[in-house]
Design a protein around this ligand. Structure first.
Ligand code: CMC
Length: 428
């Protein structure tokens, strides 16, 4: 809060005073909430200058390449922490003690198995359904199964639902994958850590256990960790908007999954691999760079650019190191696809157009390459993003529900027809 005020003049007169609020960090915001009383709305399509809520969870400074979760820099969390600890931090607001961490880990493990009817639900999808289409549906359907914890005013219910979502998302993601490739489902193994367990459910079969190289389990954990939250992006805002109507958390997270699916958001990691496939070989890179720069060509370099980060994406810096490590462990440095990706990265980083427009590789450029190297099919990439992001969505939903809120209801600038008389069918 501050005593500062902004004054808006309408046509040079009729001053309207608006309060200015100060956050802990970042831009001050002009509170336009009372403008409607004066007969005006603000107009900000795509929300490029609009803060939709107060939040204590995540802070981003796009110009400086800063990302903080509950005040901790992402680079430090990636180096010193792990995904499960970050889940606790995002949900609870502070780092856990050793006891709190092991109790939280136990709670999550205890919820990894899914109800049999969910298994049957997944089996009902067409065999070749895109895994994101299944996850969208299955997460929403969780509210039909876990309806013993849907009272959003009950703190214990909210906690159980949050734990169920975090615990069951990897199981559901892996089951959707198994259905997609026609293999039997592999149940969670609670002896394993969160990310190793996910790889076990993805790659194990009833005939053969999946032996996981520790560096690969760690890379998976980093992918979950780096995707865990990103303040009020399209999918998180969707979760909040859906939640503002009082909808249950499973329905809200399903809405978030749907919003994440698009190629401008979570679908970008899948789009990176499709683009690399399309480019085909190193000789074609220049032609595609030219296409990306051509205003009349809809082609964009997928995995480059970001709405908020205009210098570099701090998640990409961490992901790049993990990417190099994974390629080395799997001895894939000379694989033509990964060589092509590295060459593209180098050329784009040096190209004037990309440098001037501050279009740097984003987290999805590198996560797409890592997931491909791990042997995960591209159709699963956005599902993995959704799995990691679930904790962010549920933390924001929880923050909204536990603070005063009203249903979200944006207004519009109407540009349609003025009132006109209805013309009967036989006179048209
Ligand atoms: N390739 C070529 N040109 C680009 C690209 C790109 N990837 N991204 C932006 N531009 C150009 C764009 O044409 C525009 O040029 P001009 O000023 O001449 O009109 C300028 O850069 C600004 O672009 P914008 O579309 O206004 O920027 P935005 O903030 O609306 O969009 C973005 C951000 C991420 C949607 C966009 O950069 C993009 O489409 N990137 C590729 C998709 C991608 O990798 N998305 C993942 C984002 S990270 C994961 C997540 O957080 O969801």
């Amino acid at each position: 809060m501050s005593d500062r005020k902004a004054t808006i003049l309408i046509d040079g007169e009729h001053p309207i005073e608006l309060p200015i609020h100060k956050g802990t960090l970042g831009q001050d915001v002009i509170d336009v909430g009372t403008l409607g009383n004066h007969g005006y709305f603000t107009y900000d399509p795509s929300f490029t200058a609009t803060a939709s809520c107060r939040s204590e969870i995540t802070y981003i400074d796009g110009n400086k390449g800063v990302l903080l979760h509950r005040g901790y820099p992402i680079e430090e969390l990636a180096e010193k922490s792990d995904y499960i600890e970050l889940c606790y931090l995002l949900l609870e607001g502070s780092l856990p003690t050793a006891d709190q961490k092991s109790s939280f880990e136990h709670d999550i493990k205890y919820h990894t198995m899914v109800n049999r009817s969910l298994e049957q639900f997944i089996s009902g999808f067409r065999w070749d359904a895109h895994p994101m289409s299944m996850v969208c549906g299955v997460v929403g359907a969780m509210s039909s199964i876990y309806h013993d914890s849907l009272d959003i005013t009950n703190q214990e219910h909210r906690k159980i639902s949050a734990h169920r979502l975090i615990a069951k998302m990897p199981t559901i993601a892996a089951m959707c994958y198994k259905h997609f490739i026609g293999q039997p489902y592999i149940y969670p193994d609670n002896k394993l850590g969160y990310s190793e367990n996910f790889l076990h459910m993805m790659f194990g079969t009833p005939c053969e256990k999946y032996e996981c190289h520790p560096a690969l389990a760690q890379a998976m954990d980093k992918i979950f960790l780096l995707h865990a939250d990103h303040e009020q992006n399209a999918s998180t805002s969707t979760v909040r908007l859906a939640g503002s109507s009082g909808a249950n958390p499973f329905a809200c997270i399903a809405a978030g999954v749907a919003a994440l699916w698009g190629p401008a958001h979570g679908g970008a990691n899948e789009a990176v691999l499709s683009m690399l496939d399309e480019i085909g070989s190193e000789e074609n890179i220049n032609e595609y760079i030219k296409k990306a720069k051509d205003k009349n060509d809809p082609f964009r370099l997928m995995g480059f650019g970001h709405r908020v980060y205009k210098n570099y994406d701090p998640r990409a810096t961490v992901m790049k190191l993990t990417c190099d490590e994974v390629l080395e462990v799997l001895e894939l440095e000379n694989d033509p696809l990964f060589k092509l990706a590295k060459k593209l990265e180098k050329i784009a980083l040096e190209d004037d157009y990309f440098v001037e427009k501050k279009l740097y590789p984003n987290v999805d450029f590198y996560s797409g390459i890592i997931l491909k190297a791990l042997g995960i099919p591209t159709e699963m990439f956005t599902v993995i993003f959704a799995t990691g992001r679930t904790v962010g969505w549920i933390s924001h939903w929880n923050e909204m529900i536990t603070n005063p809120y009203r249903i979200g209801r944006p207004r519009q600038l109407y540009t349609g027809a003025d009132v006109r008389a209805f013309v009967p069918l036989n006179e048209r």
